[in-house]
Design a protein around this ligand. Structure first.
Ligand SMILES: Cc1cc2nc3c(=O)[nH]c(=O)nc-3n(C[C@H](O)[C@H](O)[C@H](O)COP(=O)(O)O)c2cc1C
Length: 172
């Protein structure tokens, strides 16, 4: 990664003022990275007929491919894995393999990573395993994932440490 790569934080929590946003804001403040909050957008489930092609997904992904090199997905742990909102976003990337192949091609060579957020410190083995595979499928570079514990609206001490380390590893 070059020093002038453009980073963006993509929050997939079901609320805009929750624990995931606390982590987004910490990174945004320290690194000056913009935040995109999926729960303020209208992105519906994948649809084989593409009846939803005029919702907020295509404008969002257009913005992402045009303006950023590295996508950092932030997800709360919901039912032991990523949020439904993030899964829907990933499902919609299938639009880029069909109706918008031009956008799909422009994901190639970009990179991504994932930060999960929860009140507990433990997560299941392989809970984000689909991400490295998806990145590979899309010819994107995967920079890994990290879990961050937020307790009583504060990032845990270990969380701050892990986050700083993760950022240093990701941002060259
Ligand atoms: C629908 C739902 C499912 C959840 N499932 C889990 C879970 O499986 N394991 C866990 O430790 N916490 C679970 N939680 C708690 C959240 O992971 C935790 O409160 C997280 O910090 C919430 O982030 P948010 O405020 O951005 O939504 C769940 C919360 C919700 C709303």
């Amino acid at each position: 990664l070059a020093g002038n790569d453009r980073y963006v934080l993509i929050s997939s929590s079901a609320r805009s003022d929750g624990d995931t946003m606390i982590v987004c804001k910490y990174l945004s403040k320290n690194k000056d990275w913009p935040i995109i909050d999926l729960c303020t957008l209208n992105i519906s489930h994948y649809d084989y007929q593409h009846k939803n092609e005029h919702d907020d997904f295509i404008p969002l992904i257009t913005n992402l491919v045009q303006n950023y090199d590295h996508l950092i997905f932030l997800t709360p742990i919901y039912w032991y894995t990523m949020s439904g909102m993030l899964k829907v976003f990933l499902d919609r990337i299938s639009d880029l393999l069909t109706i918008r192949k031009d956008l799909g091609r422009s994901l190639k060579g970009k990179s991504m990573s994932v930060i999960s957020v929860g009140n507990e410190n433990n997560v299941l083995d392989g809970y984000l395993q689909s991400f490295p595979h998806s990145a590979e499928y899309l010819d994107m570079i995967y920079h890994g994932d990290v879990h961050i514990q937020v307790k009583n609206k504060e990032i845990s001490e270990e969380g701050i440490f892990a986050l700083d380390q993760f950022v240093n590893k990701t941002v060259v």
